[in-house]
Design a protein around this ligand. Sequence first.
Ligand code: 4AD
Ligand code: MG
Length: 432
Amino acid sequence: MTAFTSIGSLLSTPVLEGQVALRGWVYRTRSSGKIVFAVLRDSTGIIQVTIKKGNLPDAQFEEAVAASIESSVEVTGTMHQDGRAPGGYEVLATSFKVVGPALPFPITEYQSEELLLDNRHLWIRSREQTAVMKVKATLLAGAREWLAEQGFTEVTPPILTQNACEGGVTLFKLRYFDRDVFLSQSAQMYLESLIFALEKVYSITPSFRAEKSRTPRHLTEYWHLELEEAWTDNEGNMRIQEELVSAMVAKALKERGAELELLKRDIEPLKAVQPPFERLRYADMIALLRDKGFAIEFGADLGAAEERAITEDKGAPVFVTNFPKQCKAFYMKEDQDDPRTYKCADLLAPFGFGEVIGGSERETDLAKLLQRMEEQGIPQEPYRWYLDLRRFGSVPHSGFGMGVERMVKWVCNLEHIRDAIPYPRTVARAYP
Ligand code: 4AD
Ligand code: MG
């Protein structure tokens, strides 16, 4: 049996004596007469394979001449230094075999965004997409590692729910046998219940938002990292966030330098992502925005333009705290020092990337919760279980939700959030 070596390991530890065997897909190819230069791609990198007539059986040489882009192939050969080849090495083939031939590939160099999205199942093979997926996996691994070190337990909340955690406007309703349920917008309420057993919990689940707006930062299905901790106030909550975000970024810098370079991500600003992050009160932010010419009043929610204005000259993420109550959900804790506001914070990524996390201390006063629900016309029945949490050993607690694709968009410096997920779901698209 042949032992295949990955392209990445061949390039990092070249094998300059004896034969090597590799397999992958034809990334690009050109031939002239008696020689074929085929660049092969696998999950770890690209390398040039040079196929010379006479070095291998003629039938195999003809196979190499005919091998189209994205055909899967197996090659053996000898490895040599070559300054002109990508990575500085080439493999001189002694055997060449097409395993799965490819029809003419529908994606060529300059393509419309629509065509790329229609062919997403093929486009995800691109080097950029591959790099983004690796960075994303490393960010998630970094989060899980850090959270385990801090004593958090990963839990698995439901996706089908009767609760509208983030309000009725963006709910996807689903027929569930003889009644209606919703696709989860947030695991928060379930996480709140789980802290009574585990104290420090988090989950990584899909969340769904029926977002009608087409923006570069909204998906209808996204991955949500949510955390809830007992005995923690809003300040403690922000400390967890700044340390978690910094640990995730540090892990990506440590392990995904090559991918970030391929994505042309300037890593200097990422190195500046270190706790503590700046805290800016909403009211002070309004004053700042007014100085910048925004006609914005206390009470208005932040749009992308406002977030951009706040963060475009920041080098590191910034918390905006104490939003007015009318901007935020009913479950947040009132700030006794400024009862117009909640003890909450949004974390905005720098350079205009905007909100990546929303979080707060949670209201523990049952009467206040009931009053707000009444005012906002929220029915009590579906939340009976949630309100029980305030009746049976209620405890101060806080938590937050991080948009994983928002993090990826920022860390990889992507223009559009759809490139932070292999199969983006938006108002315009649920195929492929
Ligand atoms: O600010 P949001 O709506 O907060 C909540 O859902 C809380 N219940 C979370 C919690 O405290 N457990 O959403 C949290 C984060 C946002 O900061 C944003 O990063 C991301 O989720 N997000 C989206 N990401 C992509 N597409 C969308 N449509 C998103 N909506 C929110
Ligand atoms: Mg939010």
